[in-house]
Design a protein around this ligand. Structure first.
Ligand code: ATR
Length: 293
């Protein structure tokens, strides 16, 4: 019998997950169907339990239900516990296993697809909401040295304190970032959804320096001084689908590489697929296909 899975959210019609999992299933010869299902905002639990009773084998969970899924799970993986959010459910008898594959998806995209090794790298993580919590532990496990900055400063300090036992992490305001440089800057805020840019300190351009009357030094044309991006830096926006204000800013400030979150989306899906089916799909082919759509 064909196994059934779904992604559950509200709204959900925009989700690319059915497309991604259909490609994984074709590729690996797995007999399954995967649908997108909307749950009422106050009806996540009832919807999931009804689907499980109908015979569904697992679910992906997206906005705004990741915390509801965290509460519904009867068993949590370590990374779901750390994230305090669940994006993958697996049903087995009376147990509901809750996992969070977002951070593993991000790390896989950065390291495997983009070839950027995180071990020992200075990483600036912007945001201290659900998206940021979901990725901190896998980033620390990969060896990143994290500064987390948030508009509401206290939330950055709280997040850093919570994870400090797992690796090097400190909280910061945006203003206090001036003068620091990072090898990798990750936008885990929801700013891109609103077409906004987090208040990052700007580097000065060469032209504004050379116009200074007492400038007694020469700077390479277009070089940036005092910006947050190290010369080889990767700028990563967890949002995908368009050039975000953050990626435009990063390019202008001299980041060497820019990436949106499409690879992360496919990699987190592959981690869920592995949890359910015990087989790793080929993500590169699926990412390449989605880029064409
Ligand atoms: P998500 O689940 O997407 O993380 P969230 O939990 O509501 O959503 O968190 C949104 C994050 O984006 C927060 O860190 C928020 O900063 P505040 O805690 O100060 O609200 C951040 N954010 C949203 N819009 C932003 C903007 N324009 N500039 C900087 N940070 C922004």
């Amino acid at each position: 019998m064909t196994d059934r899975y779904a992604v559950i959210g509200n709204p959900i019609s925009h989700s690319k997950s059915p497309l991604i999992h259909a490609q994984f299933a074709r590729q690996t010869g797995q007999d399954l169907i995967y649908e997108a299902i909307s749950a009422p905002l106050d009806g996540f639990r009832d919807t999931v339990l009804a689907l499980r009773d109908e015979g569904y084998r697992g679910m992906n969970v997206t906005v705004p239900f990741k915390f509801d899924a965290f509460q519904l799970a009867t068993q949590l993986t370590v990374r779901a516990q750390a994230a305090q959010a669940v994006n993958t459910l697996k049903f087995g008898g009376t147990e509901i296993i809750g996992d969070n594959t977002d951070g593993a998806g991000l790390v896989a995209d950065i390291e495997r697809n983009l070839g950027f090794i995180l071990q020992g790298k200075r990483v600036l993580l912007m945001g201290a909401g659900g998206a940021a919590y979901g990725v901190v532990l896998p980033l620390l496990t990969a060896g990143a040295i994290i500064t987390v900055a948030n508009r509401t400063e206290d939330k950055a300090y709280q997040l850093a304190a919570l994870f400090s036992a797992h690796g090097p992490i400190q909280g910061s305001s945006y203003i206090a970032l001036a003068g620091s440089q990072f090898d990798c800057v990750i936008n885990a805020t929801s700013s891109s959804l609103a077409g906004a840019l987090p208040p990052l300190p700007r580097g000065e351009s060469a032209s504004s320096f050379s116009s200074s009357p007492d400038a007694s030094f020469v700077i390479e044309k277009n070089a940036k001084c005092g910006g947050i991006f190290a010369s080889h830096a990767l700028a990563y926006d967890m949002m995908y689908g368009k050039e975000t204000p953050f990626l435009v800013f990063a390019k202008e400030q001299g980041a060497a590489r820019l990436a949106d979150g499409l690879g992360m989306l496919v990699e987190q899906a592959a981690e869920s697929f592995f949890l359910w089916r015990d087989i790793h799909p080929d993500t590169a082919a699926v990412i390449a296909n989605l880029r064409l759509i």
